[in-house]
Design a binder for this molecule. Structure first.
Ligand SMILES: Nc1nc2c(ncn2[C@@H]2O[C@H](COP(=O)(O)OP(=O)(O)OP(=O)(O)O)[C@@H](O)[C@H]2O)c(=O)[nH]1
Ligand SMILES: [Zn+2]
Length: 198
């Protein structure tokens, strides 16, 4: 996708996507000249580009921007990170929480960077399984910790508003690398994310 810089790209693509949303709104039988709808193609285009901005962000750079040498080598957990993504099959939202843990190997990372990389990968067309692994592999490859774990719990609007129409099902996905592949470490992590302690 050729573009000079993100702002320039955004202006150009917003115009294009706006035109496409206008056609969709016409095709579903709405009046695109109606007062409340007049600006809707533009609003929808801006919303869609916001929700997919992760394609233009570099998660490794975000992590590398705040890695600090430190001898701490116990588990670090950031839990209940809210996430909103779009399923790649229907382009409908799925949303929920991510829980991330890692065991440092000489370096810790700025805590805010973990939610930031969740957003980078969530703001793309995704399936929950790949989103989980994208986050896991990015931390593993960039921070090179002794271990990393990611759990995501999410509800999928494509299963709620349409299709099978199940309102209460929650999907859990998980990935474990390094020391979290050992049952005791994994159990400790799962105990801590389900307790009120952290
Ligand atoms: N594994 C996985 N499946 C997902 C995710 N998000 C949506 N899906 C599923 O993607 C599948 C697409 O199946 P299709 O049969 O091609 O599409 P469909 O006819 O719209 O399916 P229904 O949703 O069952 O009506 C559905 O079963 C969705 O529930 C996800 O994150 N992970
Ligand atoms: Zn879907």
């Amino acid at each position: 996708m050729p573009y000079k810089n993100f702002e320039e790209y955004n202006i150009e693509v917003t115009e294009e996507v706006k035109g496409k949303f206008k056609s969709i709104i016409e095709d579903i039988g709405e009046d695109t000249e109606r007062d409340g709808i007049l600006k809707t193609p533009e609003r929808a285009a801006k919303a869609m580009l916001f929700l997919t901005q992760g394609y233009h962000q570099n998660p490794e750079e975000i992590l590398k921007g705040a890695m600090f040498k430190e001898d701490y080598d116990d588990m670090v957990i950031v839990k209940d990170i809210e996430l909103y993504s779009l399923c790649e099959h229907h382009m409908l939202p799925f949303f929920g929480k991510a829980h991330i843990a890692y065991i440092p190997n000489g370096h810790i990372v700025g805590l805010s960077k973990l939610p930031r990389i969740v957003d980078v990968f969530a703001r793309r067309l995704q399936v929950q399984e790949r989103l989980t692994h994208d986050i896991l592999e990015c931390i593993n490859d960039t921070l090179k910790p002794k271990g990393v774990a990611v759990v995501i719990e999410a509800s999928h609007m494509c299963m709620m508003m349409r299709g099978v129409q199940k309102q209460n099902s929650v999907t859990t996905t998980s990935g474990f690398r390094g020391q979290f592949e050992k049952i005791e470490t994994r159990t400790e992590f799962l105990r801590l994310i389900t307790s009120d302690l952290t």
